[in-house]
Design a protein around this ligand. Sequence first.
Ligand SMILES: *[C@@H]1O[C@H](CO)[C@@H](O)[C@H](O)[C@H]1NC(C)=O
Ligand SMILES: *[C@@H]1O[C@H](CO)[C@@H](O)[C@H](O)[C@H]1NC(C)=O
Ligand SMILES: *[C@@H]1O[C@H](CO)[C@@H](O)[C@H](O)[C@H]1NC(C)=O
Ligand SMILES: *[C@@H]1O[C@H](CO)[C@@H](O)[C@H](O)[C@H]1NC(C)=O
Ligand SMILES: *[C@@H]1O[C@H](CO)[C@@H](O)[C@H](O)[C@H]1NC(C)=O
Length: 949
Amino acid sequence: MAVTLQLRFAWLCLLLPCIALSANFPSGVSKSECLNRVFWIWVDKDFVGSREWYLEALNATGTPVQLDDDLASQCGYSITKDIYGNLEMRISFLACWVLNVNDLQFDLKVQLLVRQNGVGFIPYPVSLSCRITDPWNVREVLCEENFMEVSVRRIVPWVVDWMTEDLQAVWPVTEGGISQSWQVEFQMPDLSIITVSAAKAQRMGYGLNATATRVVFRAPYNTSESRIIKNGSYHLEVILAKMYYSQPLIRLIVDTTTACPADPPMITNTSIFWLTPAILSPLVLDLVAYRDRGVSMGVDGRLLDPSVIATNGYSLSKNATTVNVTVPIGAPGGYTESDIVNNTYGTTYHIHLLLVHHWRGATADTTRHSAIKPINTPFMPQVPIFINRTVPETRYFNVSLGNFFPDVGLKAFIIKKVMVTLDEASRRGFRVGTVDNKNGTSAYVLQVPFGDPLVEQKYLEGNKRVYTLYVTYILTLLSKKKDFTYTDVVECVLKDVVPPTYDKTCTNNSLILNMTRGNMDMYWIPYIRDLPLTQALAASQNYKITQRASTLLIEVPLFSVGLVYEDITLRGIRARLDFALKDNKTLQVRSSYSFACNFPTDRLLLCLPNGTMKATVLSLDTKPRFDPRETHLKDPTCKPQEANNDLALFSFSVFSCGTTRQFVGGYLVYENEVTFDRKGLPPIKPIISRNSTYRLTLRCRYPLTDTQQVVGKYNTTIIGRRGISTDFSNEQAKVLRKRDENTQVSDLKVARDRTFTSFYHPGDFPLLIQQEESLYFEVDERRRGTSPTRAVRLQECWATPSHRTDGFPQWDLIMDGCAQKGTNYSVDLVQGPPSRFQLKIEGGLSEQYQLFVYCQGLVCDSLLESDRCQTACNEAKPGVWRRTVPVAEPYELLSAGPIRIGPGEAEVQYRHVEEKSWSTWIWLLSVGLAFIAAFTVGSVILALRLFVC
Ligand SMILES: *[C@@H]1O[C@H](CO)[C@@H](O)[C@H](O)[C@H]1NC(C)=O
Ligand SMILES: *[C@@H]1O[C@H](CO)[C@@H](O)[C@H](O)[C@H]1NC(C)=O
Ligand SMILES: *[C@@H]1O[C@H](CO)[C@@H](O)[C@H](O)[C@H]1NC(C)=O
Ligand SMILES: *[C@@H]1O[C@H](CO)[C@@H](O)[C@H](O)[C@H]1NC(C)=O
Ligand SMILES: *[C@@H]1O[C@H](CO)[C@@H](O)[C@H](O)[C@H]1NC(C)=O
């Protein structure tokens, strides 16, 4: 409608010089009514929208007069908003430019001008004609939002019979007449009296008129002639004024005193209290004659029956001093508006009250006093009420969020960070509904099945799991187009977990785990021992994994990573599979199953991660058979661990039994040999005698890159001991590495004998010593610093074949200030200062060995820090690594070397790595497998050779 109007205007403006044509409001946009001696006009807020607008009155000749705020209050116009925000114009029957027919009928013509883009302001005329239904009282007072108006009957009964006289003749009211013959007398707040002409009073902002039967006086609030007076406990705004009509012989005085309640209403969280004085004393001249004729209240200009007042929950009461109008916030008749302030949901409540008071004063004084009071409560935050009505057995969440007024709409949900629109919600099988409350508010209900993927499930223990719904409601203020959210979390614990069950099968060469799935294990990660069962692991180790709807079958070959070899003897191999399901977040074990299978020992070569080789030798491999009990390794003292007629089982460390070490390509190859001496065999022919000895090569390969990784692993595992990590991001490591660069400065002197009087010089290195010899070390105090009181307390010392502090292997010499003893060496601390110790190598080395000795020393001031500098061993609990000193301490790294230990028969036992990375495991086992093959081939060749012989 609005669009067609606009078009019509545009067209007219093209053809004619633009003349102010008017349009009618589209139907339903405007509404008007005559209520309580006031014209009421409403225009829908959506029609005006954000466009500019103003109101014009049309005077008797049809000329428009634009109403600004001052003119409006002077002339009896209130231009305001109703409780819903629509335009509301209230115009007194006695206002300017109202066509008044004998004070009985009133005709109003105004127009609302609304700016239309490109066209300018378009006037929308409104005309309204009202008749009064109840006769005018002698005095009527109207307290409007922006003015006070009093009108008084101007007939003096004993002077004129007003019914018969020509009223206009008695007191002319023609234009200009009021200005010339009327005067206004104000009693000023300081009690002085000023008298001004009607024309002057109008210039001061007052509205004056004389109608057929009445004298009208209108005043804006807060003029300099007005005052606030106290009436009992309440306040009134009062203008004490009299209007005079003076003519020769006649002087008429009309009391146009006006008073309006000035106290703002009291607003609590639940109610509005509007308290006004029961007797408006400035308007009552004779209290003795005063007769109250009752008060009534109304809303939006309409007076209400007591029954409606009660139904709506209002209360209107009056005692000697007070009229008490009480309205509960949210009561009908008012309007609750939702809003978001500071991201908080809240409401404001609007109501336009009317209070009408009748009384009878002295003779001929009946007064009707009406006050219109628009009330807007301040913003009150409302905490949305979230209710969890979930019944666990129903297996769905049932929650509701309320209570919202109709100007709030539900837009969507966010469930576990996923946006779920209302359409999407119903597609997913959620149920979204509204529950309407009695007071006009509603709550939004949401039902989400436990089984939905957006519901989080967490295993607790036993058969308990917790379902969690993370829900955010996205709501919107429909009229303001503002969104807001509410978030809550609901949990529900149910005992409905079915754990997985397990079964096992042992085959000739594998272990099979058969798991029947429960209803929670899809959230858990399967582990074989400490390894997550990934596709890569399964592929590299030839696991066979079969997944069916409810079962999981895992077949693990005998020689593969993940198995634990509980026992390897000639009786057999006992291999164990440890299976576990771990929580995908906490990695807690949720379910586990272990079982072991026995396998024949048969042909075997295993290179175990702890550096042990295990191998079997079968007498059947040769012809004629040999006696396995008579076999030995390169070191003839290394006999089988077990042997019988058919089979010998060797188990030895790669660092013993004459095992040789070789670098081949990228590998470190350990090799030994099983030998059988046919003692009783006579050496008949050379060829037979050459072949008469059974030899079988056993070989384990370690990739060098992996070995380095192992070293790295080793260091990170017990970081702090040697402190060197391959992890460069580690602060600790950086500190030590820096010191590491200084290792060429040898601060550890090596003494020639136990007297510590003579030392080797740098040029003597590498030192060459023999086994069973002792080495004497002393901290070179002179080389560090100038202070004679500085001392170095040896905290840790170790030996390693490498020129790097983190070389591998390592032998502990001093730990936490305590001398250590190994299988092949021992250390003794020697009384200092300076700090000294003695290293005795007791066993021999299978090959010439080079050693570097490193120490970490705590630098301290021996005078100030005598406690810390004590050299006494601080062993607290044996076996427990009790290093607590952070690396940030002033440590010095000391070193000495290289020292070569001369050749000899005896061995030095290697310290073996206990912790190995799993990748090494994999590799070692695959090497192990590879060599079983090699072994078999080797044996066959050997057998053939013997057969030929
Ligand atoms: C209406 O207003 C116009 C312009 O102000 C004025 O000329 C005219 O006299 C007025 N008519 C009446 C009846 O007041
Ligand atoms: C005064 O009253 C007369 C008649 O009642 C009316 O026509 C006129 O417009 C009024 N004038 C003012 C300024 O209120
Ligand atoms: C009338 O009511 C008001 C407020 O309810 C109270 O303060 C006052 O004391 C009452 N006066 C009498 C006379 O009861
Ligand atoms: C006004 O009336 C209400 C309802 O009867 C009452 O609760 C309230 O206390 C009264 N106010 C005063 C100030 O008396
Ligand atoms: C909004 O928050 C700011 C800062 O917290 C505060 O200063 C302001 O008063 C708040 N406004 C309302 C309406 O609560």
